[in-house]
Design a protein around this ligand. Structure first.
Ligand code: NAP
Length: 485
């Protein structure tokens, strides 16, 4: 069944409505991280392919930008419907190339499709304003227009949703697009391109270029002043380089970068809610999420009980290949990713931390790491300061609200914070003070297509989703109208 599914997925470059091989015919292998087997090979885009995609995006921009918003909205709506109808197959494909359980992949398909539905509704709500100027000598017309051709770069951890968060608003706004999916997970995006074609996206509006060399494909686009926007989701390190690359042509940028989310549990929290929120915030996507709770700061009066319950829940999670029934924790994406988790946990253990469950990789094929809870984690342990991107929950304690806030903000990142308390005043007080773009209050899940997703500090800038999401793809245009009254 898996091989049939893989057979059906396009494995060529999608170049402005046509499927074709890379300019030099080269291909690269895609692997199943759950068993280290090769799934298939896909075309490896070259710089000549990137240049062709740029020309196509530029050529299609004017006509695409002028299509009626309703038409663009209806393409998105049809794409949402197709994704919803085919959710089982799409989810299974994602599990094969990325590892997470099929249950989690299905949740991602729903979440990803929701961006298409949301932006199908936003496409027809791009508004401007009309007003009298203060001197009374004329009128001001403020309108919005698509920014122009975009280059969109996506990571491997949510191979579909990190794409639809960009494609949805770009299509709604009327921008043409070149997408560079992550090398480790190109299949979900290629499959999505075919689905969008079926939903009626005109030729030329979208190109998808899988490649073994990101810069080979992205640099020519950023060096071209006709490309007007770059949206990136990935690591802060790569994000910084891309900001530099956009400087000469001053392309507009959206930067969805790394996180290091604190999870605060106050003494008045419901422990049931806090533990179930902790499992969601930590274990969604095997812990490989920018919004994953990276460190748990728990009031000292309840820390022992919290650790006991969290340990029970984490040790009960079934680990295995994502396609097996009942599996909750799949493999990590690669050997490198697993080795980084090993390094961070070993560092904490060597400094005196204690594993109450897990603490080591799982033997055998696939890149598995056991769900882990660490206590007595000293403040200088690397795991409290670096993004762990794995199923590991380090727990430390605090005694006062100020101390909790100080610990929460002790990071260069500022994507999301979680807090659990039954005191509404405290929830608002701490929620407003903590230095992050998003806060989960008594919930381990903030992601929602209708909400503005994004961070501050080294987690980047720009927002995806919500009313704000489409603005990233629109320029404001002001017409001054002189009137003789
Ligand atoms: P990454 O290494 O930065 O890669 C992300 C994407 O950028 C991939 O498509 C990658 O291509 C591409 N890339 C790498 N070097 C590039 C270059 N020089 N020029 C242009 N593109 C380049 O990040 P990752 O390891 O895939 O993803 C994990 C990171 O993403 C984490 O830090 C996580 O927190 C962050 N993330 C953030 C959000 C958010 O919304 N804030 C959401 C999800 C993930 P290759 O695949 O070929 O390397």
């Amino acid at each position: 069944m898996s091989s049939e599914l893989i057979d059906r997925v396009p494995k060529q470059i999608f170049l402005a409505g046509r499927w074709r091989d890379a300019a030099d015919g080269s291909r690269f292998a895609v692997q199943d991280p759950g068993n280290e087997q090769q799934l298939c090979e896909v075309a490896d885009a070259q710089d000549a392919d990137a240049r062709e995609a740029i020309e196509a995006a530029v050529a299609a921009q004017e006509e695409w930008g002028a299509t009626p918003p309703r038409e663009r909205g209806e393409i998105l709506r049809r794409a949402w419907q197709l994704m919803t109808d085919r959710a089982d197959d799409i989810a299974r494909l994602m599990t094969l190339e990325m590892g997470k359980s099929v249950e989690e992949s299905k949740a991602e398909v729903t979440y990803a499709a929701e961006f298409f539905r949301w932006f199908s509704e936003e496409a027809v709500r791009v508004e401007g304003r009309y007003g009298r100027n203060p001197a009374g000598t004329g009128r001001m017309i403020v309108t919005k227009r698509p920014v122009g051709p975009c280059v969109l770069i996506t990571p491997w951890n949510f191979p579909l949703a990190m794409g639809t968060r960009k494609l949805g608003p770009a299509i709604a706004a009327g921008c043409t697009m070149i997408v560079k999916p992550a090398q480790l997970t190109p299949l979900s995006m290629l499959n999505l391109a075919a689905l969008l074609q079926e939903a009626g996206l005109p030729d030329g509006v979208l190109s998808v270029l899988p490649t073994t060399s990101a810069s080979r494909v992205v640099s020519p686009a950023l060096e071209d002043p006709r490309i007007r926007k770059m949206s990136f989701t990935g690591s802060t390190e790569v994000g910084r380089k891309l900001v530099e690359q956009c400087a000469p042509n001053l392309q507009r940028m959206s930067m969805e970068l790394g996180g290091n989310a604190p999870f605060l549990v106050f003494e008045d929290a419901s422990l049931d809610d806090a533990v179930s929120g902790a499992i969601t915030a930590k274990m969604r996507n095997n812990g490989e999420s920018c919004v994953a709770a990276n460190r748990f700061h728990v009031h000292s009066s309840i820390a022992e009980e919290f650790v006991r319950r969290l340990t029970d829940e984490m040790s009960a999670l079934k680990v295995g290949h994502g396609t097996e029934d009942g599996v909750k924790v799949g493999p990590l994406i690669s050997a490198d990713q697993r080795d980084k988790v090993v390094e961070l946990v070993d560092d904490a253990l060597s400094r005196g931390a204690r594993a109450t469950t897990g603490g080591k990789p799982v033997d055998g094929e696939g890149f598995f790491y056991a769900p882990t809870v660490l206590t007595d984690v000293p403040p200088d342990a690397r795991i409290l300061h670096e993004e762990v991107f794995g199923p590991v929950a380090p727990v430390t304690t605090f005694d006062t609200e100020d101390e909790a806030l100080r610990l929460a903000d002790d990071t260069e990142f500022g994507l999301v914070a979680y807090l659990f308390t039954r005191d509404l005043d405290r929830a608002i007080r701490v929620g407003e003070r903590v230095s992050t773009g998003m806060v989960g209050i008594n919930t381990g899940m903030v992601s929602n297509a209708a909400a503005p997703f994004g961070g501050v500090k080294q987690s980047g800038f720009g927002r995806e989703g919500g009313d704000e999401g489409i603005e990233e793809y629109l320029d404001v245009k002001y017409l001054a109208l002189g009137l003789k009254e």
